[in-house]
Ligand binder design. Sequence first.
Ligand code: SAM
Ligand code: SF4
Length: 496
Amino acid sequence: MDLLIQDKVHDESRQGEALILEPVVKSNGRKLYIESYGCAMNFSDSEIVASILAEQGFETTSDFNNADVVFINTCSIRENAEVRVRNRLKEFAGAKFKNPGMVVGVLGCMAERLKAKFLEEEKLVDVVVGPDAYRDLPNLIEQVDGGQRAVNVLLSREETYADISPVRLNSNGINAFVSIMRGCDNMCSFCVVPFTRGRERSRDAQSIVAECTDLFNKGYREVTLLGQNVDSYKWSGPSLSPNPSPVERGLVEVLPTGENLGGVTEITTVNFANLLEMVALISPDLRVRFSTSHPKDITDEVLYTIAQYDNICNYIHLPVQSGNTRVLDIMNRTYTREWYINRIDAIRRIIPECAISTDVITGFCTETDEEHKDTVSMMDYVKYDFAYMFKYSERPGTLAAKRYADDIPEAVKQSRLQEIVAKQQQYSLYRMQARIGRVEKVLIEGFSKKSNNDYCGRSDQNAMVIFPVNEKYKPGEYVNVVVERTTSATLIGRIV
Ligand code: SAM
Ligand code: SF4
């Protein structure tokens, strides 16, 4: 059992969701069905894929039985994520039997991990495409139309799809994910991501600011900047504008004279704190969130930037994985328990109101009961607002799979997981109860799932808030809500 406590970056309720777009201007008469699994980065990638194929005239459909092209954007992070995809492919087999011309494609991390082997293992699959090869999709579909099966799993050191503006029509028009980097260079020993998504690269800062500005102008009021390790974001390029703003000027490094960069005499280096500030300056009405921060890289500069701008949300997802230094060492996380505690203390000092969430893995190779207790005591120390908690799942090809035996019995992994899940429920409730009587600034996202008499939205700290509809206010607007009651996942109150 993987337990999910509410968060938007890996939203369990969206797993397998199909992407639907408005009709394209010049239809080619063919219909695309695309569904996505895994983290927000995959959902964001599906929007890029849909954008590339919309250019070719593909319309989207929500029913794979009517589709000419069926894509499944996959996740490999744990074995059960892959099992889910295999089962889903079985459901596509019937539709393909009825319509043999249907193109079935596997995209994303599982495609990258298994490459051409996928074509041998799953006979109904025609095309296998890794996360850096989406621009090649029109050619690959053409190859399949010509009677071949097609694979492109080349990883790139440059591709960031910076110039492709993703289509976002499944969204509520209020929150959007914006990828700021791709890949990961960290090589945590349990993790398949560096193999499936390639080397880390940062996207051009100007294109990020332009995309967020465009979203704001279209009515969006919250952007979540996405990367596997946002704190290592770094981009250098020509100075941002002829008349740089104070923020831009602060970022400019003057090149030594005599260097020839095609007439460019100044380059700008943008780190994550600078990027946060640039996005926050688009408008005080645009909320800025981000995920994921890495404990080894999160800097005080980032924390001070969050503290300085009201519209950068007071919420940090800081995955701990384990509370024990020996286990962290064999996980190759490159920080110790003490280092992690130091970062938590810095957050509490610089942003006292900050909510903190985490990821935890139980039953990693050789983890003893005593070492597990260090994870529990870390939870007692931090009292996280939310947590994603997982049993260790060995992934082929990772450093841990090569070096260490997956030697913790399933029942032990499970009982450790249950213990931390119970602990987290206690702390989620504790954090929520601390908000009772307080006034939260909430961005209205829409009606609550249960009733059209209630609105729902999130607080600055990312807690879901439910309150009676007041017709003076619409989704996309901010309201102040006094919290009257709470569950471990939701604050309940009324507009004041
Ligand atoms: N880049 C982020 C980071 O460093 O925390 C998260 C990436 S990963 C998509 C999300 C979470 O999945 C990880 O933080 C970890 O807790 C979990 N995870 C990754 N590999 C796993 C494995 N082999 N077994 C169980 N959980 C795993
Ligand atoms: Fe995986 Fe570690 Fe990279 Fe996160 S930082 S994606 S856990 S290798």
